[in-house]
Design a protein around this ligand. Structure first.
Ligand code: IMP
Length: 419
């Protein structure tokens, strides 16, 4: 009987799916608790690439049950396509996927609202993924959104859908409304068999002694409450979200593994104190293939930020760390890690919560020598060059949390287990 949360501890894209996949071999259930198709998780297994947006990446393991929890928002059409694509790649879903009937729906209207809200913000835009996530969550908190379970009740669905359009001042004619309802009825036929009250199941599995792995999406600095607001996503990406997003009691959460990329990346707008704009950034972007899995946007690149890392590790109560993409830093002569923030001649003691304060900080850096060797074949810390080990030691010392896993390539096998 145990549970583990695997979380991104920066701005998302920390290669969490690789870590979830690595740990998933022993999981009985893999559970998504927040976010939606804004996530893009890629797993490479024996040279074959699998891309996930809403389906937990644990589906790759034939024995693992997979849950899309109540705290998520689901684009039903996108999810149907994602499931069908994975089935065509040979993934077996029968009796293994459970979608919570309380998860919110992302409807075509939400995508439209996402795009018009970004347009209206102009140069102050958030840089969203355009997947309708913010509007869907806003409608949920305003208690006017539709949820997955509503799809089973056609008359209710019609009323609620009409009400939703009206609430947004959108005129929808009877013909367009009926056409949308028809599509929703068809998608329900496909998704309905997967729908359940997943909280009951997950609690039951845990009590039966099963190992439950909670898979975070996005990252801690994109948390609605504690991230770099307003440049955040609309869900709770921090460890507490695993409980509120699934109905799993907080006191049953046994361990939190924080995933950090060996350097910093961010997509979308918002402050990024250690951002680089030079040839090193270009090199890392190229080597690390730093382009969004969902949008294809080039990611912004920066040095590892241990001030942000300390904040997120503490916020999540992280008690183990995975460092990913260490191999990408090979060949860079000198590496830097941000160890402090300065503002107006004073060293700050915490992580600023206001975007203007965060924009204004001057990072202080620790400089370390790089290494040349290709790390892709290393399977133990001892096989890493001394400078790579020193780089990891610096991260571990600054964050004051032990490194348990190091990833040195995209394949499942390219993983070093420290503990
Ligand atoms: P939204 O989640 O589409 O509303 O986008 C809000 C912010 O979160 C934007 O800066 C996005 O780029 C960012 N974001 C959303 N999902 C992800 C993700 O999976 N990885 C990295 N950034 C993300």
């Amino acid at each position: 009987m145990s549970s583990l949360i695997v979380l991104g501890c920066m701005w998302g894209d920390e290669a969490k799916a690789k870590i979830v996949d690595f740990l998933g071999a022993s999981a009985d259930a893999v559970v998504r608790f927040q976010g939606g198709a804004n996530a893009g998780h890629t797993i490479v297994l024996e040279g074959k690439k699998y891309v996930f947006h809403s389906v937990p990446s644990g589906i790759i393991y034939p024995r693992a049950k997979c849950v899309i929890g109540a705290g998520t928002v689901i684009d039903p059409f996108g999810l149907q396509e994602e499931i069908q694509d994975l089935i065509s790649q040979g993934v077996d879903f029968s009796g293994r996927l459970f979608i919570d009937e309380r998860a919110g729906l992302v409807l075509p209207l939400h995508k439209k609202l996402d795009s018009s809200s970004e347009k209206a913000l102009g140069k102050n835009k958030i840089g969203t993924t355009g997947k309708g996530i913010g509007p869907a969550y806003s409608d949920l908190t305003a208690r006017r959104n539709l949820r997955v379970g509503d799809l089973a009740h056609p008359d209710w669905l019609k009323l609620r859908l009409q009400g939703l359009y009206e609430a947004h001042g959108e005129v929808i004619g009877a013909r367009a409304l009926n056409a949308e309802l028809k599509l929703l009825a068809a998608v329900w036929k496909f998704l309905g068999p997967y729908v359940a009250q997943t909280d009951v199941l997950v609690r039951q599995w845990y009590l039966q002694g099963e190992y439950i792995l909670f898979e975070g999406a996005q990252g801690t600095l994109l948390d609605l409450g504690f991230g770099t607001y307003p440049f955040v996503t609309s869900s709770h990406t921090i460890a507490g979200g695993a409980s509120t997003g699934t109905g799993f009691p907080p006191r049953w959460l046994d361990k939190t593994l924080g995933v950090f990329k060996a350097y910093g990346t961010r997509v979308g707008e918002g402050p990024f104190p250690t951002e680089l704009f030079d040839a090193t950034a270009e090199r890392i972007r190229k080597t690390g293939n730093e382009y969004g899995a969902t949008t294809g946007r080039p990611r912004r690149i920066g040095w590892f930020d241990a001030v942000a890392g300390k904040y997120t590790a503490s916020l999540n109560g992280v008690n183990g760390i995975a460092v990913t993409l260490l191999d990408v830093l090979s060949g860079i002569p000198e590496l830097k890690i941000c160890t402090g923030y300065w503002a107006s001649g004073t060293k700050l003691s915490g992580y600023p919560s206001h975007p203007l304060d965060l924009e204004a900080v001057e990072p202080e850096y620790l400089t370390l020598a790089g290494w040349e060797a290709d790390l892709g074949k290393a399977r133990s810390l001892g096989k890493l060059p001394k400078n790579a080990r020193e780089y990891l030691d610096a991260i571990q010392d600054l964050l004051e949390v032990p490194i348990e896993i190091v990833s040195v390539g995209s394949d499942r096998s390219q993983t070093i287990v420290v503990k």
